[in-house]
Design a protein around this ligand. Structure first.
Ligand SMILES: Nc1ncnc2c1ncn2[C@@H]1O[C@H](COP(=O)(O)OP(=O)(O)OP(=O)(O)O)[C@@H](O)[C@H]1O
Length: 637
């Protein structure tokens, strides 16, 4: 922004400055050529010729100036020739020489030999000679005339200078005057612009003021709101702190209750196990496998697990007397795991049995169920996936951990492993790298097994009540990792094929045996325990599965061995005088596990599909029966 007055003033200033600069220039000029005489004598460098010209000019114009008379006098006085020594020695009589020379007005003769009369004028001594006659000294009046003449010349020159200056000033004034209208117009335009801008700014300022008022008002409202919100927040914060405190105390109570419950639950389990041990019954648990991705859209069976996880109810619809009726059957087990149960949950229920094997018992855990019901998943799972690994790898982990712990108490354990499959009533070693017994054709396999001298045989050790398979590798493993590698290899060697019910169906019973032999020289004690983990082949409805050829033979063999297993269990349950263990390889292998002093646990796996409901019911019914079977009180080896 600028002020109107300021602009006008600046213009004026500019003009004044220009004027003063020009004046100064002129003054300087004037000073340079002005009189500079010490004694009132002329100190000018204007030549005598120039002064003559000026005089001529003045007389031409015939203007009477104050200096005219004097000039005439001078003219008159200079009518006679001026000696060359006085006037720079030129015959024309023109005045020359420096101002200082003139100031001293030294008159000298042509020869310089004759000395004239000395004239003093204002402290200046002039040796004067008469101009007409060099030998005649200058008179006082002549000297005075010369001085006057010089002065007149000076005045004339000054006058001419003043005139020139006057002309210049006039020209300058004219120039300024000619610029004045333009400057005036500019000034008017500037004034106009200024007014316009000022009006605009006024308006904007007004608007901004209005906006400021609105913002101020808003701010007042917002700050009020903020204060209220803060108050609210403070209240809420207090409430939250209160609630937090009460939650914390509640949480503490819950944790205490949970810890108490856990102790009670553990005690209950221990008591239950002791009770079962004393009773000598087979422990039976049931697991319902979840739906797999491939089964989306397939009808579900109506299976309901009780809250106490002890029973499972199966509801089916049947047409009776022209009416659809719902039949409900309930089966009781030691524990029921619904679809949501994960691998860890299952293992936790069984880990006490693994501990028993370390403690010197023969333990047998086997998975029973129709094909595709989740037996292999339960027993093996995904060996290298910590969350999905099954009972076999978890047991191995625990056994090696426990062995490490007991070593601190002086125990030294050796772990021997055998892994075989019972395929079509023959035992195949899964640990051996030799493939001599593993033939593709079912018939060839049977034949080669019978012919082989290295046929795996079951040998009973009466003293330790242990079963050992002869001609099958028995490896001593000392590292967890080695065991995992072994299981993976063995699992891949198992006979598998794709059926209607399972894309990877085990066509054999897989038997994993761990012999745990411990010595404690400090306490002079020893322990012999075994852990038999069996993944039975699945019972199969041959009509439904559509198995033919080798698969049908396998299914028949599997069903037959499962039938003998059920038979043996029935005989034990009925306390028959004779139990037909030798009817099948499977029952022969399980002799000491089922009919003796072992701790036995059967896991009944069932499918969640409605199409498998009849097999599910059969499995559940067999499991329930087996639970009532008294196999004898377990004895520590
Ligand atoms: N608890 C589970 N969680 C997730 N998937 C499961 C579970 N149980 C079983 N499955 C899946 O169901 C399918 C069948 O399971 P699995 O092979 O273990 O059955 P099986 O009873 O061993 O069958 P078969 O007797 O034919 O060998 C597999 O794809 C398996 O991964």
């Amino acid at each position: 922004m600028f002020s109107k007055e300021g602009k006008t003033n600046s213009n004026r200033k500019r003009i004044n400055e220009e004027t003063s600069i020009s004046k100064n220039k002129k003054l300087k000029k004037k000073t340079a050529i002005g009189p500079n005489s010490e004694n009132g004598l002329v100190t000018s460098n204007i030549s005598a010729g120039t002064s003559d010209a000026i005089i001529k000019e003045a007389s031409k114009k015939k203007k009477k100036t104050p200096f005219n008379d004097v000039a005439n006098d001078v003219k008159r006085s200079t009518a006679f020739p001026i000696p060359t020594g006085l006037m720079s020695g030129k015959a024309s009589g023109k005045a020359s020489g420096t101002a200082s020379e003139k100031a001293s007005v030294k008159a000298s003769g042509a020869s310089g030999k004759a000395s004239g009369k000395t004239v003093s004028y204002k402290n200046t001594t002039i040796k004067s000679y008469c101009p007409s006659s060099p030998l005649r000294p200058i008179t006082k009046s002549m000297a005075e005339r010369i001085r006057l003449r010089t002065k007149v010349l000076e005045y004339k020159e000054q006058l001419a200078e003043v005139r020139r200056e006057t002309v210049e000033i006039k020209e300058y004034n004219r120039a300024i005057e000619s610029r004045l209208p333009k400057l005036h117009d500019e000034l008017i335009q500037i004034e106009r612009d200024y007014e316009e801008q000022a009006a605009k700014y006024d308006e904007e300022f007004k608007k901004l003021n209005e906006q400021c008022d609105v913002i101020n008002e808003d701010n007042n409202i917002s700050s009020e709101n903020i204060v209220n919100i803060r108050k609210d927040l403070e209240l809420k914060k207090d409430k939250i702190i209160e609630q937090k405190l009460s939650y914390e105390s509640l949480l503490k109570q819950i944790q205490e209750n949970y810890a108490r419950l856990k102790i009670e639950e553990d005690t209950r389990k221990d008591l239950h196990n002791q009770h079962l041990d004393l009773k000598g019954n087979i422990r039976v648990m049931c697991r319902v496998r979840p739906y797999t991705d491939k089964e989306n859209g397939i009808e579900r069976a109506n299976l309901k697990c009780s809250d106490d996880k002890r029973t499972i109810q199966v509801s089916t619809k049947r047409l009776r007397l022209w009416q659809m009726q719902t039949e409900k059957s309930t089966y009781e087990f030691d524990h029921v795991f619904d679809e949501s149960a994960d691998q860890n949950e299952i293992y936790l229920e069984l880990c006490s049995l693994v501990q028993s094997a370390i403690d010197g018992y023969n333990v047998c855990i086997f998975a029973y169920g129709q094909t595709g019901s989740g037996k292999t998943y339960t027993m093996e799972g995904e060996v290298n996936n910590p969350e999905k690994k099954g009972i076999i790898p978890r047991s191995i982990d625990e056994i090696f951990d426990k062995i490490k712990e007991t070593s601190k108490l002086g125990w030294d354990f050796k772990v021997y492993v055998q892994y075989v499959e019972i395929y079509n009533e023959t035992i195949q070693d899964l640990l051996t790298d030799e493939d001599k017994n593993r033939k593709k054709s079912c018939k060839d396999r049977k034949k080669s097994c019978k012919e082989s001298k290295d046929l795996c045989k079951i040998v009973y050790h009466e003293d330790t009540r242990m079963t050992i398979i002869e001609n099958a590798e028995r490896r001593n493993i000392s590292k967890k990792k080695d065991m995992e590698i072994l299981i993976c290899k063995a699992s891949n060697r198992r006979s598998k094929s794709s059926t209607n019910s399972n894309s990877v169906s085990s066509r054999s019973h897989g038997v994993f045996i761990l012999h745990l032999e411990g010595e404690n020289p400090i306490e002079n004690m020893s322990s012999r325990g075994s852990l038999n983990l069996i993944d039975l082949a699945g019972s199969e409805n041959i009509d439904k599965s559509g198995s033919v050829g080798d698969q049908m033979t396998e299914a028949q063999s599997i069903n037959k061995s499962l039938f003998y297993l059920r038979n043996v269990i029935q005989q034990i349950k009925n306390k028959s005088n004779h139990v037909n263990y030798r009817d099948s390889v499977l029952t022969s292998l399980l002799k000491y596990s089922l009919g003796g002093t072992a701790k036995v646990c059967m896991l009944v796996n069932v499918s969640p599909l409605a199409e498998s409901i009849n097999e599910t019911k059969k499995s559940l019914s067999f499991g329930q029966d087996a639970r009532k079977t008294h196999v004898g009180t377990a004895i520590k080896n």
